[in-house]
Each structure stands twice: as structure tokens, then as C-alpha cells.
Design a protein around this ligand. Structure first.
Ligand code: CDP
Length: 217
């Protein structure tokens, strides 16, 4: 079974997806971390546009590892969430060649596993056939508040709110695989819900889908 969880920046996708994966014994794949890893790599190598990045993508080895991403033999964890990566990731994520490259890796990593993958285009572009699609959202202010309390970084609440709104805009207006709710996704507004309440809702949805497929309804 494939469960796709999409939604805007800091909507709680990865916390929810990680916890669900643990409870269900599924493999968790963080697609955002892959875009972050390539952004880190591109910044480090001075690859500032698609023409420069594209030939490198063909040689690049990237894979998910617990809690991070290994790229070209280097394991990345906290670096993936640096201010520089936050500021540049939506720019690189709009590049067609990068999206194509990561879509192939995401599909390969999900082969032979029950998977929960979170991102922006999992239910629309990567796994349009996913059995369960959830679109998680919350107000930008609530998302910024959560991210501010989560991260031990130098950014103020206002800076985080600004970055979230900026990334939402780039992610949802890009030409290729924009952030968008799939037609058959279930929308959950988490603004006033606790983590446990969100998890209960999604578990209820999963149980219904499993029962339905068992009885062919
Ligand atoms: O954790 P947060 O919600 O802030 O972001 P993330 O899931 O780590 O994703 C970081 C960035 O990667 C997003 O703002 C998008 O620009 C890009 N991304 C994407 O384009 N497609 C995905 N499937 C996942 C992430």
C-alpha cells in the first residue's frame, strides 16, 4: 500500500508520516529531504542554475538513510534544514530535470515496500495511483508557530512566517508538479488539531480503505 501525504511547508507532514510509518510498520520516505539534499549539494558546488546542475544529476548518487539523505557518499542530517537550504530549496525544486531525477529515485525506493511518502506532488505526480492520499494544511501563522517552536535556529517567528509564505507561493505556482491537492485526496486542516487527533483521523481513513478493499465496496 502507498500512502501519500502532501501539503504546504511546515504543515506537520513529516511528523505525522514518521509516526504513522512506525505504528503501521511502513517505510517512511521524506521527499522534501531529497530536494533539500540536492539544494545543499548545488550550493556547495556552486551550481547556480539548471544548465549547470543537470549534467551533475546524471552522475549523482542519492538515497534515503534513517533521518537523512546520503548524496555522493556524504551523509546529510541537520544540514538539510539550514537557513541557506530553506532559502534556496524552492528555487531548485522548480527545475524539471531535478524533479524528474528525484521522481525516479522516489519510485525506486518505494518498490517492494508498504510506504508512506510526504511532499508536495506525491499524490498528483509521483504516485497518482496511491491507495490513500491525504492533504494536510494549517494556517500560515500556525505553521510558522510550530516551526518556530520546533527549530533551534536563529530565525525569528516573523522570518519563518515570511519564508513559509514565500515557499508556498513558489511551490504552488511552478509549472511542473506544483503543490496542489489531488482530486481524490482527503483534506485535513490541522490548525486546531493535536498530533494525536490528526493521527487518529488518518488511521480511521486507512482502516476504512482497508475494509473497503477487503469487501470490494
Ligand atoms: O518541512 P517543510 O514542509 O518545510 O519542507 P520539505 O517537505 O522539507 O520540502 C522542502 C521544499 O522541497 C519545499 O518547499 C519544496 O520546494 C520542495 N519539495 C517539492 O518540491 N516536492 C516535494 N515532493 C517535496 C518537497
Amino acid at each position: 500500500m502507498i500512502i501519500a501525504i502532501d501539503g504546504p511547508a511546515a504543515s506537520g507532514k513529516s511528523t505525522v508520516a514518521k509516526e504513522l510509518a512506525q505504528r503501521l510498520g511502513y517505510l517512511y520516505i521524506d521527499s522534501g529531504a531529497m530536494f533539500r539534499a540536492v539544494t545543499y549539494y548545488a550550493l556547495e558546488q556552486g551550481l547556480s542554475n539548471e544548465a549547470a546542475l543537470k549534467p551533475e544529476l546524471e552522475k549523482l548518487h542519492l538515497k534515503s538513510i534513517p533521518g537523512g539523505i546520503e548524496i555522493d557518499g556524504k551523509k546529510l542530517y541537520d544540514e538539510l534544514r539550514s537557513k541557506e537550504v530553506d532559502l534556496n530549496v524552492s528555487y531548485y525544486s522548480a527545475m524539471a530535470s531535478l524533479r524528474e531525477c528525484l521522481k525516479n529515485i522516489q519510485r525506486q525506493e518505494a518498490l517492494c515496500h508498504d510506504v508512506i511518502m510526504d511532499g508536495r506532488d506525491i499524490g498528483t505526480a509521483v504516485f497518482p495511483q496511491a491507495e490513500i492520499k491525504i492533504f494536510l494544511s494549517a494556517s500560515p501563522e500556525e505553521r510558522a508557530r510550530r516551526r518556530y517552536s520546533q527549530r533551534n535556529n536563529s530565525l525569528s517567528y516573523e522570518e519563518i512566517l515570511k519564508d513559509i509564505k514565500r515557499r508556498d507561493k513558489i511551490d504552488s505556482t511552478r509549472d511542473i508538479a506544483p503543490l496542489k491537492q489531488a482530486k481524490d485526496a482527503i483534506y485535513i486542516d490541522t490548525s486546531t488539531l493535536s498530533l494525536e487527533e490528526v493521527l487518529n483521523k488518518i488511521e480511521g481513513i486507512i482502516n476504512n480503505v482497508s475494509l473497503c478493499s477487503q469487501y470490494h465496496c
